[in-house]
Design a binder for this molecule. Sequence first.
Ligand code: 5MM
Length: 338
Amino acid sequence: MSSTELNSIAQAMVAPNKGILAADESTPTIAKRFKGIDTESTEVNRQTYRNMLFTAPGVSEYISGIILFDETIRQTTNEGIPFPEYLTSLGIVPGIKVDKGAKELAACPGEKITEGLDGLRERLNEYYALGARFAKWRAVITIGNGIPSDTCISANAHALARYAALAQESGMVPIVEPEVLMDGDHSLDTCYQVTAKVLDVVFSELKNQKVGLNGIILKPNMVISGTDANNRADVAMVASATVDCLISHVPSEVPGIAFLSGGQTSEEATAHLSAMNEFGPHPWQLSFSYGRALQASPLRVWGGNKNNLESAQAELLKRSRLNGLARTGNYNPQMESV
Ligand code: 5MM
C-alpha cells in the first residue's frame, strides 16, 4: 500500500470532532472489568457487551475508529453481521490489537517488554482480510526507584518499530503506543522527563526501521502527576506540559496523536484533552483513543443486565459526544450534568 493510502486511513482515524474507542481488552483484562460489575466473562457476555457499545445509536458521529481484540474481530452483531463489516458500514475504521501483552523483562526487575513479533506478518495479513485497517501495539514503561532503565526503553522502542514497519507493509496504519504508567508518586516533571526520553528513542527506532511517519498514529500518555503524588498538577498544568513535551519530541509529519486515558477519571481525561485543544492549532491532530475513560460509565450502567443495554448506550454516546467537543476545546465540566 502506498504512503498516500496509509496517510488517508490515518487522517480518517483522527477526523475532526471524533476519536477512537479502545475496546481491545484481552481476555484477562475484560474478565477483570466484568468482575467489577459481578458479571461472568463468557464469550456470550463479551459479545453482548461489545455489541452494545458498537451499535449505540449516534456513536459514529463521534467515533472514528474502534480497536478490537482477536476474539471480537471474529464475532458478529446480534443480526449476524461481522463486527468489522458493520463498523465499516457506519464509516468507523476497524482496528486490531496485535501485541501479545507485556511480560517481565529479563534482568530488569519491575519492568516489562511487550511480546508478539513472532508470526506477526501472517497475523497482520489475516486481520487485513478480516477487515482491519489499523493495528495497535502497546508498550509499558514504569516509573519507580531507578527505573525506567535504558534497557527497557530501547527494547520496547525496538519492538514498537518492528511492529510498525510490519503493519505498514500489510496495509494497516500502526497505532504506536508507548505508555508511561501513572502508577506511583512521581511528579509531573518526572513524567515529563521520562515521556520525552521514551518519545525520542521511539522516533529514532521508527526512523531506523523505515517507518513512514505520515502513516502512523501516536498513542501516548499525557504528562501527568503519578496517582499517589502529593499536590497533583491541575488541568492547565497537565495540558501545557503535555503539549510542550509533544511539540519538542514528536515530528510534525505524524498526522495525529490519540491519547490513552491510563487510569484518569472519565471527566479528567475529557477536560485535559479539551484544555490542550483550546490553545491549538497544533502540528498534529490531538485526539483520544480511550478505553476506560469511554467505557467506565456504560459498563457500570449495563451491570450485566439486559434491561440496561439502552441506558448504557446513552452513557457511551454522552462520553463520546463530550470527547468530540474536547477535540476543539469546547468541553466544559458543566456539560456533565446535562
Ligand atoms: C482497552 O484496554 C487495552 C488493552 O489492554 P490489555 O492488553 O491490558 O488487555 C489497552 O491497551 C488500551 O487500549 C490502552 O491502555 C488505552 O486504554 P485506557 O483505558 O488507558 O484509555
